[in-house]
Design a protein. Structure first.
Length: 419
């Protein structure tokens, strides 16, 4: 029931990587998938960076309305993750399902140009998130299956670092477009669509369709049945990971709300708002690989919980620190550290828990539990902000996070002196 179990599954890849340096300790497919994610994140984060301001200032959304749409934006991908993960395992073709997900998201980008009402916008965002839900588990399964158990944290760290490079470039591109284009929001959505198509092309052309190597065992050639996927819930460690991810997700305020709160507390002008995600992404990029490698060495539980402690500190700064030039820097640094310590560490922990032939399904179970919890948090936080104000809403989230982190620390506690 803990993140640091280093037992190797019977069918895990135990090959030893050669060479030195982060790039040589990960498989080529990890680097290619990282490139796909980098390009796709440039596209996605261009939209994400302008969406809160677009909805609140241009379309006049209330915090409750924005929280509902933000919850839909994240919740739909959670509901689809299980389907994407199971289908990828069932058809034994992770690239196919990932490609369908990337393709659907790319098709939705130009539709944002036509979305002028809440209903239309919600539908387009739901479809875009459906694509993300379809691709996430198969993509992470390809990373996990190509990497030895001892280097999972490093491999996911490299991928997340490349992914985050796109997350840095996306807001920067949106910022430049808004400053130069006459109709800035439409220009952002149009350029985003073109970049998304490029990401799909790289996936199709350069990611291998199936793992290379020895022929698969007979059990690996058989399609995965629904009852086998459901049987994963009998694994105590998987249940513990999924439960703790959901528990902590219930008190994890969405990025958009964090940036809106930071803008209000620090008095940041609207023209600089799109650069706030760039601060988070920069720290994430710098720390993703070293923190992933650290998790491989000292234990994923320790790093995972430390990341949530950093997020709690960011909440405290937003609540009680007076507006100073250092406030945005500190909050964004802690926000980026939180992602570096959790985003890749959680799927890396599953390599020691889930068999290869069910890897995408297992990743989807944990990812879905976390995303659904964050969907609920977006709705609740938006409602609390509307009724009581932003300060009480954030204070409630901070208290909840402290309590949930304490519970998760006990549930994931190592046995026998393990770290």
């Amino acid at each position: 029931m803990y993140l640091t179990d280093r037992s190797t599954p019977r069918d895990a890849d135990t090959g030893t990587p050669r060479g030195r340096g982060p790039a040589r300790k990960v498989a080529p497919v990890v680097l290619v998938l990282g490139t796909v994610s980098l390009i796709t994140d440039v596209s996605s984060e261009m939209v994400t960076a302008v969406l809160p301001l677009y909805l609140v200032t241009r379309l006049g959304f209330s915090p409750l309305g924005f929280g509902t749409l933000d919850g839909v934006y994240n919740g739909v991908s959670a509901l689809v993750q299980l389907t994407g993960g199971h289908l990828a395992d069932r058809v034994r073709n992770h690239k196919l399902m990932a490609g369908l997900g990337y393709g659907l998201s790319a098709l939705c980008k130009p539709l944002l140009l036509l979305a002028g009402s809440v209903g239309t916008l919600g539908t387009v965002l739901a479809l875009e998130r459906t694509g993300k839900g379809l691709r996430t588990a198969p993509r992470d399964a390809m990373i996990s299956l190509s990497t030895p158990s001892a280097n999972q944290g490093r491999a996911f760290g490299v991928h997340r670092a490349m992914d985050t490079t796109g997350a840095m470039l996306g807001p920067l591109a949106a910022f430049l477009i808004l400053r130069t284009a006459a109709d800035g929001y439409d220009a952002v959505f149009g350029v985003s669509a073109c970049v998304a198509v490029l990401g799909v092309l790289v996936l199709v052309l350069f990611v291998p369709g199936r793992r290379r190597g020895a022929p698969e065992a007979e059990e690996h050639r058989q399609p995965v049945r629904v009852h086998e996927a459901l049987a994963l819930l009998r694994l105590p460690r998987l249940r513990a990971l999924a439960g703790c991810a959901a528990l902590l997700g219930l008190t994890t305020v969405s990025d958009a709300f964090v940036y809106l709160l930071l803008q209000r507390r620090a008095g940041i002008g609207d023209e600089w708002f799109t650069l706030l995600p760039l601060g988070t992404a920069t720290v994430f990029l710098l720390l993703a690989v070293p923190v992933g490698a650290l998790a491989d060495r000292i234990g994923r539980r320790t790093v995972f919980l430390a990341g949530h402690a950093g997020l709690l500190t960011a909440y405290a700064l937003l609540l009680w620190t007076p507006s100073t030039p250092a406030l945005p820097l500190l909050v964004l640094a802690l926000h980026g550290t939180f992602y570096a310590a959790t985003d890749g560490v959680l799927p890396a922990a599953l390599a020691d828990v889930v068999p290869e032939r069910l890897r995408a399904t297992g990743l989807a179970v944990v990812g879905t539990s976390q995303a659904l919890a964050r969907f609920c948090c977006s709705l609740a936080f938006g409602a609390a902000w509307t009724v009581w104000g932003d300060g009480p809403a954030l204070a409630g989230s901070a208290v909840g996070l402290l309590c949930c982190a304490a519970v998760a620390g006990m549930v994931l506690r190592p046995a026998g002196g393990a770290r």
